[in-house]
Design a protein around this ligand. Sequence first.
Ligand SMILES: [Zn+2]
Length: 256
Amino acid sequence: MLDLPVADDWFVTRDVGDGVTLVSEPHVHPLLRCNVWHIRGRDTDVVVDTSLGLRPLRHLVERELAHGLLAVATHAHSDHIGGMHEFADRAVHTAEAAELADAGRVTLDPTVYGEGVLGPYRQAGYDIPELLVDAVPEGGLAAAVLPRAAAPATRLLVDGDVVDLGDRAFEVLHLPGHSPGSIGLWDAAGGVLFSGDALYDGPLLDELDGCDIPAYVDTVKRLRDLPVTAVHGGHEPSFGRQRLVELCDQYLARRA
Ligand SMILES: [Zn+2]
C-alpha cells in the first residue's frame, strides 16, 4: 500500500456555468490531473474524459437512469481513460479504439513517463515529486502501478461527427498531434470547445510516442481560427479567445 495521507474527498466538483461541471482530483499532480467535464443535455449528458480511475466516478455525473450518458475520451492516454469502463456508452476516435479496447495500466511513478513528459513540465517550473499523488483515496492505493480495465468503444468518432445532446450539439474535431486520435468537441452555436490535450493552458506535449509535430502544427492553426468564447482543456484552467490565440501563437513560434 502507498503510505500517504487519506484524502477526505477524492474528487471535487465545480459548476462552471452553461450546464457544465468540472470534476477534478486535487491530490493528483497537474501532470496527470485530468479535467473531467460533465455536460448536461436535454436527452443525453456527456462526460468528457474520465481521469485516472483511482476511484469510481460515475455516481458523480449520473442523473436518472433513463437519461442518456455518453463518456467521450478525447484520446486514450492513461490519465484520461481510467474510468471509461464504468460507463455503458463509450466513444473515442477510430485511431485510438484499440487502446481503449485493451486493458492497461496507470502509473503514479513519474520516472516511467520519461523526458517527453517531465522535461516540458520541469521547464515550466513544476516540481516533479517521487509520486504523482500527495494523498490516497479512502481505501488506499495498492501500488504506484495500477491496472486499468478494458473499455471497448461502443461508438467510434471521426472528424465532422455530431454528438447530439438534444438541446445542444457538438461537432467532433479531429485534432491529431498530441496523439493520433485526439479529438475536440466544438459547440459552434455557443462558441464552447472541449479541447482535450490538443490545447490547454500548460506545457503542451508533442514528443511522446504517437506524437506528430507537423500534424500538431496543423491542429493548432485550425484551433487558432475558431471563434471560441470558452475553451475547456484536458488539464489546467479554462480560458477564452484571447488566451487561445496566445497559446496557439506560442506553440507555432516554437514549432512552425
Ligand atoms: Zn494526453
